[in-house]
Design a protein around this ligand. Sequence first.
Ligand code: ZN
Length: 174
Amino acid sequence: MNRRTSQGMLIAIMRPSHPLSWILQSSQYRRRPVADTLTKIMRSERMSLIKGSNTKPEMAVRRGLHKLGFRFRLHARNLAGRPDIVLPKYRAVIFVHGCFWHAHRCQRGRIPGTNAVFWKEKFLNNRRRDVRVARALRKDGWRVFKIWECQLRTPALREKSIAKVARLLRATPR
Ligand SMILES: [Zn+2]
């Protein structure tokens, strides 16, 4: 049995009521480090998360906004969720979200085939946290903007997405 098939089986018997569910407790899959199944890209994305942001997409947004004349603070620790970009003058914050980690409904946000259960749980938690954070910020009067990594994929997309946020920042009353 190759690894893919056995993983599929493992997921099929996840239900506690299933007669084979005991395998979950003893299985090697449970103990195998998750990092094994991460691709190189995911790994580097995860590393930049651990280092505390400054991801490539985030840098692109910063550069773009700066060029358009916006000035901002970064990773404000005193705000819920430590927003990536804070524009006090516009009473706005911007999160630049990686599609993978924040489970965007796009190609990049798809749940990996291996360890699907683990990922599903993880993504769900991330999503819930995002919602909680946005709610808390809005309650304090902040406008919350979100830019997805896939909206910054090409130079043309980048320009479009950043221009859109800039427009919204300037248009909406503070
Ligand atoms: Zn996406």
